[in-house]
Design a protein around this ligand. Structure first.
Ligand code: SF4
Ligand code: ZN
Length: 745
């Protein structure tokens, strides 16, 4: 063991334990031993694992201030004497003890800061995340277990430059690493650097800013402990098992940027006790023999000495070295495009001011259509752009776009078309700086300025689709040919044709009823954006994106039995009117990170389904009218609830269950199971004009079936009412049935 490192780490441990002791004394005096202690993230979501490092190490639960007395004493008892200069420490043992003492002290300090109300940290108007909630830990669990997200990188300090900071984080993200950020170097934090460069931080982009002090790094160790409890079934208190789990199953490491100090060394010693190696971008003695960690303990790679043409290449090599040291196998397919690619980018949002060009959205047109062809009709990998490419659009401009994907395959079936088509959303979103929203004829894609600067063009959309269809669906797809159309007339023509196909697909469901099946299907494809969201899809209602019907889910399950569409056996019926089944509830509970324990299939007011950002429509109660309004994504006008579609979706999306508010597919308004508990279509007092037009025929039939042939004339739209004040007189004049129906609230 390097004497230098051991001495620094032990000195650092003494310092931080003394700090914890001092803070504890003061807090006890000020708040009393009974003051509750709990870790929560910036959303206020907490953990059932107390202070997880202390709990994992010893089984000791810290629930109030007074409970910190024992861990503090324990930390003090672990402190080895600071070695004098001429003492050589041959073993890691004392440094490891100092490391554990450090983690204990750091967790105590954070716990006290929660009592004091100074956690999560707020700095220059930015609120840090603080510790990761249990809900989030669980939602990352599947990816950790299936290897698509092998582990995490605790990045400590600040990079040489903002440019390097961004590059390091992008490289880590594209290798599937969760990125945790803490501490500073020379007063700068990597969080400052990333924020200055406009990088989105937070759970959706797999980056978690813990705080700007080194102590906040302990949240990474806490996350590792909870991963061991949750996915390794390790009992709290069994530290050996936690260590083994982390050494072999959780591929994490610390990347220390900038000069080291005693506390950083001490924290690093704590990380090593978890089996996590540290890679430094400064000069330090290497500790290479492997022991507690699976590979080297400490690897120094002074940044400026890394071979490379420029700093960006050096940053790339630094991350590459981290991955090697930790022995991480990357499963992510390499897509040949000039921007990074991986699940971390799926949740990314491209804001208007960062947008170079968009397709679809307000005033634009964009569609996607996948179809099956005969093998000799298409050529694998053939890619064509018909019409001008993106350089023809001005900055921030808009182009029409029709994405035509044609596939063949011996095992391909017509029924698989919608399933494969829906993957376009998921695939395109994986690219850094590219945003994909919606589906079918309401697709909306944005390319960021950054992505276009790096050389991203329409051709790369083709690369992404071609590579991913082969990688993910190689079992059924042999050839993939892609054509992009960017001329308005042509795209309009394509949309017309595609709509016929969408209608045919939807019509396949006609006549099927919920009662005719014992099994519904789930869709959790959107959990990469909305971690707790589950769509339950029954024959009479599609997923809220409108792109997945019950039949599509069944096909998807056939293609990928372990994929996001699973059969949900209805089980015992608890309430036939509201549509509550035991099997559905259990499924939703297990697959929503236990955030939702009850789903009604037929009610808006009582436990409606959760909503993610893909919904084609949002429905919301208008209490003054005793009815509901339905606005669709392609309706950009103001609505009587005081919000536009976008604002509404921002409120209800994200995987929440919100009684009185719900996202759904367009065709749901035509279903015989359209909010039957609330009275069905008769409850609708306002409906987007474009829906009225698109479904004019079918709505007419529906109203006749309901015994109110003139109902559509009684339902307002944006041309007659955009406020409640305008809506009410209209409804009264027309004699809308909702006004005399049973009260909604
Ligand atoms: Fe699946 Fe629902 Fe997302 Fe559609 S909205 S992709 S059905 S989870
Ligand atoms: Zn979604």
């Amino acid at each position: 063991m390097s004497r230098f490192i051991a001495t620094s780490a032990i000195r650092g441990a003494h310092g931080v334990v003394a700090k914890a002791e001092e803070m504890y004394k003061n807090a006890l005096e000020k708040y009393g031993a009974d003051a509750p202690v709990a870790f929560v993230d910036k959303e206020g979501v907490g953990s059932t694992f107390f202070l997880p490092v202390i709990y994992g190490y010893s089984g000791h639960k810290v629930e109030k201030l007074g409970d910190m007395a024992w861990p503090l004493e324990h930390a003090m008892s672990l402190l080895p004497p600071v070695p004098s200069d001429n003492l050589w420490l041959p073993y890691l043992g004392e440094t490891a003890d100092a490391g554990v003492a450090t983690l204990f002290a750091e967790e105590i300090i954070k716990g006290i800061e929660f009592v004091e109300g100074t956690q999560p940290e707020v700095r220059n108007g930015f609120t840090f995340n603080g510790p990761i909630s249990d809900v989030q830990t669980r939602s990352w669990g599947i990816q950790m277990v299936d290897g698509s997200m092998p582990g995490f990188a605790a990045v400590i300090g600040a990079a040489k430059s903002n440019e390097v900071a961004v590059k390091i984080v992008r490289e880590l993200q594209s290798k599937g690493q969760l990125v945790f950020l803490s501490s500073t170097s020379n007063g700068r934090s990597i969080v400052d650097q990333l924020l200055e460069e406009g990088v989105e931080l937070g759970y959706p982009t797999f980056t978690v800013p813990f705080g700007t002090d080194t102590e906040a790094t302990v949240y990474a160790a806490g996350y590792a402990s909870r991963a061991a409890f949750s996915f390794g079934n390790v009992e709290p208190g069994n530290f050996r098992e936690i260590l083994l789990y982390n050494k072999f199953r959780c591929f994490a490491f610390a990347l220390c940027l900038g000069p080291m100090d005693d506390l950083k060394w001490a924290t690093g010693a704590g990380a090593i006790t978890y089996g996590f190696p540290a890679i430094l971008d400064t000069v330090a003695p290497n500790i290479l023999p492997t022991g507690i960690t699976r590979y080297e303990h400490v690897v120094s790679m002074p940044f400026d000495d890394i071979p490379g043409r420029d700093d960006l290449e050096r940053a790339e090599r630094l991350v590459q070295r981290c991955i090697e040291v930790r022995g991480i196998k990357i499963k992510i397919p390499s897509v040949p495009i000039p921007v990074a690619y991986g699940p971390a980018f799926e949740g990314e949002v491209v804001r208007r001011e960062n947008m170079q060009v968009e397709f679809g959205g307000k005033g634009g047109i964009c569609c996607e259509w996948l179809s099956m062809k005969d093998p000799d009709e298409i050529e694998d990998g053939k890619f064509t752009v018909v019409g001008p490419d993106i350089d023809s659009a001005e900055e921030g401009g808009k182009l029409p776009l029709g994405i035509i994907v044609e596939v063949t395959g011996r095992k391909m079936q017509k029924d698989f078309e919608p399933v494969l088509e829906r993957q376009i959303h998921h695939f395109v979103n994986g690219a850094e700086g590219i945003q994909h929203v919606g589906q079918r004829d309401i697709t909306w894609i944005r390319f960021s300025k950054g992505a276009v600067e790096k050389g991203f063009t329409l051709k790369n959309l083709g690369d992404i689709l071609h590579t991913n269809f082969h990688n993910d669906f190689g079992a059924i797809v042999d050839k993939v040919q892609i054509t992009l159309y960017t001329e308005r007339d042509k795209v309009e023509e394509l949309i017309e044709q595609a709509r016929t196909v969408y209608r045919e697909r939807d019509a396949r469901m006609a006549g099927m009823t919920d009662e005719s099946v014992d099994t519904y299907y789930s869709c959790t494809l959107c959990q990469s954006f909305a971690p707790n969201h589950v769509c339950v899809i029954n024959p009479e209602r599609t997923g809220l994106c409108g792109a997945y019907s019950w039949l599509d889910c069944r096909a998807a399950y056939e293609i990928k039995p372990t994929g996001p569409n699973q059969p949900v056996s209805k089980g015992r019926c608890i309430d036939p009117v509201k549509g509550v089944w035991e099997g559905v509830n259990n499924f939703v509970y297990d697959h929503s990170n236990r955030a939702v324990d009850r789903f009604t299939i037929y009610s808006l007011m009582d436990a409606p389904m959760t909503t993610c950002g893909c919904c084609e429509c949002v429905m919301i109660v208008i209490p003054e009218a005793n009815g509901v309004m339905v606005v669709s994504r392609d309706d950009y006008s103001m609505t009587p609830c005081g919000m536009t579609f976008t604002t509404l979706m921002g409120t209800v999306g994200g995987g929440q269950q919100t009684p009185g508010m719900m996202g759904h597919g367009k065709r749901y308004v035509l279903s015989n199971k359209f909010i039957p508990v609330e009275g069905g279509i008769k409850r609708v007092v306002w409906l987007s004009k474009n829906l009225k037009e698109e479904f004019a025929e079918e709505l007419k039939e529906l109203c006749e079936r309901e015994g109110m042939p003139d109902l559509m004339d009684k339902i307002a739209d944006g041309t007659v009412a955009t406020t409640v004040e305008e809506l009410l007189p209209f409804l009264e004049e027309k004699g809308h049935p909702a006004l005399t129906m049973e009260s909604l609230i």
